[in-house]
Design a protein around this ligand. Sequence first.
Ligand code: GGG
Length: 363
Amino acid sequence: MSASTESRTFRIAAIPADGVGREVVNAGRVVLDALAARSAGRFGFEWTEFPWGCDYYAETGRMMAPDGLDVLKDFDALYFGAVGWPTVPDHVSLWGLRLHICQNFDQWANVRPVHFHDGIVSPLRKADDTDLDWVVVRENSEGEYAGLGGRNLSGRGPGNEVAIQSSLFTEAGCERIIRFAFDLARTRQRRKVSSVTKSNAQQYGMVLWDETFARVAADYPDVETESVLVDAMAAKFVLHPEDLSVVVASNLNADILSDLGSALAGSLGLAASANLNPERRFPSMFEPVHGSAPDIAGQGIANPVGAIGSAALMLDHFGLPAEAALLRKAIETTIAAGVRTRDVGGTATTDEVVAALVENLSR
Ligand code: GGG
């Protein structure tokens, strides 16, 4: 995809999938279309929506169409909602849709910024008087999510089944995500990368990660580094968050840490993410970190900020940094004005947040 901003129409595949995914993808589309409308024809979005997800599974026995990847591959980006619903086992829905796309489109870098917003009370006392802002970089193609293993011996009767779930760490996979983290750190005010493993207990794959981190770090003498065990990093998120800038970790560890970070910022509903194929051989996918939230789905009260922040990451990816900044500013203005959903202490509906945000695009 070219990064040209002249009269460009971006073709986007919307995959709302399940639960609140539908509400927040719709919210993001309204805001992006409003942004395009005020661009005086410089850019626009052409949307194609796909009905894939757990309802589709109930009808067809599949989470997405058999030729789904082929259909998606020519889009400029994918805008995703959330996957998972109580009628389908979680591992079936996750592997059948989100992971199927991430892995086959080699979206190996999952970027998850953690922002603290003025006006949202963090459960973290330090957030009151410290400027907190970091990015979790999640390895998104292998590690604990390699999908390697199997189950056996159920025939021996109840209580005797065995299962193996192997992690895969390739040196190439470790190196590319670690270099990505260092390159990202160079764009930030605090040039620091914190690498997270559990290499004291996991002596093969995670030691390979640690050694690769030390080797790559030598190419970035201007970037501060640290290697921290995941348990210690969980404590550091709470106790010394001001000492973090870019945190790079394996698939599972980064997933857990980024949820912790979003909760510290006030709500998982705030957290944005980008699943990037940095080489741009395949489309990248932008989605809120949160899941389908069956408990509040369909009530019109889902927090759209994570999905709209993900749309800002998509604008960055399209080479529209000024528009991304405008969108982020509108998010901040809206939150600071008190237009907030109930997960972050407000009373606004999803639609009311969207309306305020669109209004604030013009301020
Ligand atoms: N929008 C994110 C989403 O749908 N997540 C569903 C989920 O269960 N993800 C687990 C994971 O990605 O590790």
